[in-house]
Design a protein around this ligand. Sequence first.
Ligand SMILES: NC(=O)c1ccc[n+]([C@@H]2O[C@H](COP(=O)([O-])OP(=O)(O)OC[C@H]3O[C@@H](n4cnc5c(N)ncnc54)[C@H](OP(=O)(O)O)[C@@H]3O)[C@@H](O)[C@H]2O)c1
Length: 328
Amino acid sequence: MKLAIVGVTGLVGSKIISLLEQRNFEIDEFIPVASENSVGKQVNFNSKPYSVVGVEKAIELKPDIAIFSAGSEASLKYAPLFASEGCYVIDNSSAWRMDETKKLVIPEINANLLSKDDRIIANPNCSTIQMLIALAPLQEKYGIERLVISTYQSITGTGIKAVKQMNNERNELDGEKAYPYQIDKNCIPQCDIFTENGYTKEEMKLVNETRKILNDNEIKITATAVRVPVVGGHSESINVELKTDYELSDIINIFQNTENLILLDDIQNNIYPMPIQANDKDEVFVGRLRKDFSCPKALNMWVVSDNLRKGAATNAVQIAEYIKANIL
Ligand SMILES: NC(=O)c1ccc[n+]([C@@H]2O[C@H](COP(=O)([O-])OP(=O)(O)OC[C@H]3O[C@@H](n4cnc5c(N)ncnc54)[C@H](OP(=O)(O)O)[C@@H]3O)[C@@H](O)[C@H]2O)c1
């Protein structure tokens, strides 16, 4: 098993390393890859130092699996080159997600779609992954009519540059900026760039990726994505209108029995999910469950998860584990 991480020096790349270590993913050869700026830098894997290589060198080494977290441009350019050498590419960027020939995979929901012919596999957007861990069982039991989503997204979702920007602001230092405005002590109602319809790309990812993964183009979805000065994970307020009536006790029962979903919902004791608890955890947390008294078939919920873990690294490593166990 030769495994490459492309984007190994980034926020997601370094989480992938620690997850592979924690989950005892057995590797014969580890290939750390980043941009030309990082070639020769040392990274540690299982307490052993490795030198970062460039993309061309990594392709020559013919990895069995390459987990990409180096942005869309690098994925579009290099993923097909890795794939043509027989490598399974798991891509964290948005480059391939809406390509009809590529599978968009959350292992708990649809890993069974994967076959040996799927050489480039797309990891969904972080906000989509955590939301669908909670929503997929509701779609299965009741059907979903409409979703109204508001996100409160961690700065770690924008990469190392954003974390540096906030730390600089907190320490009153100048430096490169990831956002057009100060993020510390602020909320920015813009995640990613605006599209022609007035929504941001991040908002449209929630719409399009949800429909693709749940295999249902009829679900009505509207979203507002907001960047907040938080590090532990993304939070989402979700209003879900189901196709049929429901009992809150049944939803609680479903959530208690959903893989990798943890229900934290005890308002008497002020218990609900928060990014500070989700930080560095692999699970998705759900709480603040309540009937929407303005719409009989609708339910309100609050979903939190570490965007660097289940939103990116954990999901990608789970796909790698599936490929290793079922396809290679
Ligand atoms: N952060 C999140 O929550 C999250 C969640 C889901 C998906 N993603 C996606 O994951 C990707 C990486 O995100 P991040 O937050 O880890 O970003 P980041 O901290 O900025 O790291 C980017 C990584 O990509 C490498 N890279 C850039 N251009 C490259 C090239 N041409 N060839 C090889 N390596 C290259 C960088 O190498 P150098 O250090 O050498 O520049 C670095 O290792 C993005 O596509 C992002 O959309 C992020």
